[in-house]
Design a protein around this ligand. Structure first.
Ligand code: IMP
Ligand code: MG
Length: 426
């Protein structure tokens, strides 16, 4: 992926999240000097398996698992400090030293306990199926210009005065929503006292760090969370997350200009999954869904919820190629399809009796579309040991070729298992 001319690469999820970005970032980070998370927060769950060890990261970029890679939590991220430090301590316990190679943007907004209470209270009426991690309410505060940023901890007394105001406001909202659990001002103040000395040494103008790295010829990986169909603008609104998960968000959320980005890699599963509510046009019938879920281990890394499963939806991925400007695709979990005799692929939709090639913005229309399927022959052989395209059965290669043609972007990587080495570079 990286060449002397390709220094800045974005990795995004091109479906509804959980495409395997964590693994891809882990593989690519071996060749990167800097990995930057640019949006989302502890709602993300990246699972990385190294040998027998399994790491689930929510807040820290997956690049941290490579000793010579530095990591940045960018300004576009909402930082849950408790999760962040739990993860940092967990890494230390598993023998991963992080000292001096993790930086947090002083512009990143803090997710505080009251945000989580609000998230849960909203969820009782809104039913988006959020992760309950306080993501939406923190972005609401950010855009409502009520947020508390990492850099604010430098002025602890002023930050606490603002925080008292925010906690009181949250409690008023919680009461109106009939919530019995309210936020405690004292414990929020204690939290800031505890966090400031640990967070501030890592706080920096991280956009400047990225810019300097690129000018010095270093390789930078911008790591997205969630997926394009969960983007607040381009996703299946209102069943979306609260940030721009698409590649445009990478520039904004890491503090560089869009012209600094050289390549955008979209990660897609060889089939489709989604957690939470909202339309999923190619969702399989319950028995097949159960089979995919079992074979793919499709349970949320953050909430443990069973993921909804279905076939590859080329309309979704074509859309994703367009709105992200994808220059390449990484297809993951091909091995999950090893046992199927026939594999349906959704090529486009029928809506009100007419063929429709594009993803409708209208949620009612998206609920009503009927995918048209092409049935491709399965390969019924294990693919987990393949390390080159030529190692794959001809039917698996034909399957990948078809995904590529329908999607409109070249496949650059194929992942055939959870381990680091189970990857084909095309
Ligand atoms: P929130 O991001 O917690 O507000 O949740 C909004 C929607 O995004 C819900 O449908 C979540 O299940 C979904 N979501 C959030 N983060 C992830 C993720 O990392 N992977 C998959 N779905 C996610
Ligand atoms: Mg995930």
């Amino acid at each position: 992926m990286f060449t002397p001319k390709t220094l800045c690469v974005v990795v995004v999820g091109a479906q509804w999240g959980d495409e395997g970005k964590g693994k891809l970032v882990d593989v690519l980070a071996e060749r990167a000097d800097l990995v930057v998370r640019y949006q989302g927060g502890a709602n993300a769950g990246h699972t990385v398996c190294i040998g027998e060890a399994r790491f689930v990261l929510h807040q820290i970029p997956s690049g941290i698992l490579h000793q010579r890679t530095s990591c940045i939590v960018g300004n576009g991220v909402v930082l849950d400090p408790e999760t962040f430090f739990t993860e940092l301590d967990g890494l230390a316990a598993q023998g991963v030293a992080t000292e001096g190679r993790i930086f947090i943007s002083d512009r990143a907004h803090l997710v505080l306990p009251y945000h989580k209470l609000l998230d849960k209270a909203h969820e009782r009426s809104q039913k988006i199926g959020t992760t309950g991690r306080g993501i939406g309410p923190t972005y609401e505060d950010k855009y409502g210009r009520r947020g508390i940023r990492v850099g604010d901890l430098r002025h602890l007394d002023a930050a606490k005065a603002v925080l008292s105001e925010r906690v009181a406001r949250a409690n008023r909202l919680l009461s109106v929503m009939g919530s019995t659990e309210l936020a405690s001002e004292a414990s929020h103040h204690e939290l800031l006292d505890r966090l400031a000395p640990r967070l501030l040494p890592m706080a920096a103008d991280t956009g400047l760090l990225v810019d300097r790295a690129l000018k010095a010829g270093h390789r930078v990986l911008l790591e997205g969370a969630q997926g394009a169909l969960l983007d607040v603008d381009h996703g299946t609104y209102p069943f979306v997350t609260s940030s721009n998960t698409t590649a445009g968000g990478a520039a904004v959320g890491s503090g560089i200009g869009p012209t600094a980005i050289d390549e955008v890699l979209g990660v897609v599963k060889a089939y489709t999954t989604r957690v939470g509510n909202g339309p999923l046009p190619t969702q399989a019938e319950p028995a097949v869904e159960e089979q995919l879920r079992k074979l793919g281990g499709e349970f949320g890394a953050t909430t443990g919820r069973p993921r909804r499963c279905g076939w590859f939806d080329a309309t979704v991925v074509r859309y994703s190629v367009r709105i992200n400007g994808l220059t390449g695709l990484a297809v993951t979990k091909l091995d999950v399809l090893d046992t199927f005799a026939e594999i349906p692929v959704g090529t486009d939709y029928v809506l009100d009796g007419e063929v429709c090639q594009e993803l409708p913005a209208d949620i009612h229309a998206l609920e009503a579309v009927k995918p048209r399927y092409e049935r491709l022959p399965g390969w019924r052989r294990p693919t987990a040991a393949a390390r080159r395209l030529a190692d794959l059965p001809p039917e698996a290669r034909a399957y990948l070729d078809r995904l590529q043609d329908l999607s409109g972007a070249p496949i650059r990587y194929v992942s055939v298992g959870t381990r680091r080495d189970q990857i084909i570079e095309v």
